[in-house]
Design a protein. Sequence first.
Length: 226
Amino acid sequence: MSEYFRANFASIDLEMNQPSGKIIQIGIAIGTYLNDDPIESISIIVNPNEILDPYIIGLTGITQEQVDKGVSLISAYNEMLAYLRDKNLFINPVTWGGGDSIQLKEELMKTYPELDMVDWPFGRRWIDAKTEYVGFRITNGLQPTGGLSKAMTKVGLQFKGRKHNAKDDAINTLRMWRKLISMKKVDTESDLCSTCDGSGGVDSGGVTPWMEAIDIPCPECESKRK
């Protein structure tokens, strides 16, 4: 593995109460991009200081008693920072559908306007496993439908744990993303042409009248096709 890709990747998922949209659980899973490497995870229950909607209780399995005993959002943030410290993380988190990290940051800034976000661990973007999946399905002429659990079955995986539990969703999102990128992996030692690095063309040495390089078909690739 290259030095660059010794980095770990963090998947983040949130569960929210309704209709307020307040965060009640933060789930994070951490692992490398390799399918067989272990995944570690954490779940933090957040007290929204309000009554949970009965539908959300049924959906997530999180009870009123659990959130009443949960931590404040700022305490959850500090716990998350402590957990992520020294994990050698790639800056953009993995999500299913995108936006969870930004949503967490926005709620923190709204709830605690004085909070200095200098220690915020994530970048402005995210790696969206759902977009990867949609692209995979379209590329193969297949309909890109289904949530995370159903989508996993399309690539030979089974959802582990409880759906709509932030920690389990984060773990399975990371598993799904790792599977998807492994399906795109190229064996650089054997599959890429040593002459053109897989581009199919090489520089002819000539230029157009407007001084753009002229490529010709790669001789090595052409010889393999004969």
